[in-house]
Structure formats: C-alpha cells, structure tokens
Design a protein around this ligand. Structure first.
Ligand code: GRF
Length: 189
C-alpha cells in the first residue's frame, strides 16, 4: 500500500501527534506523518517529532506572505492531508481552499455542542451526562465542518475539568486514528 503523506499542526503538548505517529507505524495505516508544523516554538510536541525523526518547522503566520511560505513548504513535501491536533490558530479562507477537503481536526466536545475553547468547563456547567470528542473536516467556520466521527464518554458526578480532559484525551488518541482509517477506506483522499 502506498501511504499518503500527512502533516500534523500543533501548538502544545502534542499527545495526539504522538498517538498518530504510533498509528502511522502500523503497516495498514493509510498515512505517514512527514512534517510537523507548530505555531509555537516551545510546543512540547516538537520534541516528539524530533524523537521520531520527523521534520518540523515553526511558522509564525502574521500575513499572507507567511502563509504562502507554509503552503509552498507543504506542497514541496507533497503533503496531501493536514491533521490539526491542538493547533491554536485559525486557518485563512485561502489556506483552506488550497487544501480543500483535506484538512481535519480533533475537537474535545461532542460537536455541534461547545465549539471553541473551554469545552470541559462548559459540559460540566451544563450538567451534561456525556461529553467526548469529534473528528471533523475543517472549513472557514470554527469547528463547523462535516463530522467524520464522534466518541462519547460518561461525565461522572465528581469530575472536574482535569479529570474529564484526561479521559476525553484518551478517547481522542483512538478516535483520531480511527477517523483517518475510515476516511481512506475506499476513497482517494
Ligand atoms: C486536544 O484535546 C484536542 O482535542 C484539542 O487540543 C488538544 C491538544 O492536545 N484540539 P495535544 O497537544 O494533542 O496533547
């Protein structure tokens, strides 16, 4: 099987990046992680990339010129899928158009509930019974693209933001890989 080349965009810890790298080492997994893009030079995820000999680069995107540089680097590396994993920047319309239908994201809530930040606090405050994570395509509207897959977990009585985050993230690590797997099954993405 010829695997597609993917780039993972991060800004922080990179635990989802780590999970994706692990999955990508499986023979049957449809992608390889060839390039890590970070918006933050102190992102812990950069160390994970280094540990696995994956090239990485920091992009401080302030204008369309910076963005063109990133686009050119991605094309040069023949990247055909972008996986956002805790990437804390909004991608421009133009960027999304260049990778139309080829950018996906993992979000820590059961979308369309709780777009944006502080999803765990919102779920607790609303006394929800369940929360979880969603893998979705990225379009110009925040956390609003077509949903690929959702995974649900029960919110316990004594849960706080931290305990919830830990359990949701555990679910994310499986969900992101499953979503990628399902995307490529029988498609030419
Ligand atoms: C994840 O919880 C993801 O849902 C959200 O940002 C977090 C990133 O965590 N979009 P990590 O950097 O992968 O550890």
């Amino acid at each position: 099987m010829v695997k597609k080349k993917a780039s993972v965009f991060i800004s922080g810890n990179g635990t989802n990046l780590n999970a994706l790298i692990k999955s990508s080492k499986n023979y049957n997994f449809p992608i390889t992680i060839n390039f890590v893009v970070s918006s933050n030079k102190n992102a812990k995820g950069l160390k994970i990339a280094k540990l696995h000999n994956i090239s990485s680069k920091i992009y401080k995107i302030k204008n369309s010129f910076d963005e063109k540089k990133l686009l050119a680097d991605l094309k040069k590396r023949k990247i055909t899928l972008i996986c956002l994993a805790g990437y804390m920047r909004i991608l421009s319309k133009n960027f999304i158009k260049n990778f139309d239908g080829k950018i996906i994201n993992i979000h820590p809530s059961l979308l369309p509930k709780y777009k944006g930040l502080n999803t765990f606090a919102k779920a607790i405050k609303s006394k929800d019974k369940y929360t979880g994570c969603t893998v979705h395509f990225v379009n110009e509207k925040l956390d609003s693209g077509k949903i690929i897959l959702k995974r649900k977990i029960l919110i316990k009585k004594n849960d706080n933001e931290n305990s919830l985050k830990l359990r949701v993230q555990k679910e994310e690590y499986k969900a992101y890989s499953e979503a990628i797997f399902s995307l490529f099954k029988g498609s030419n993405l």
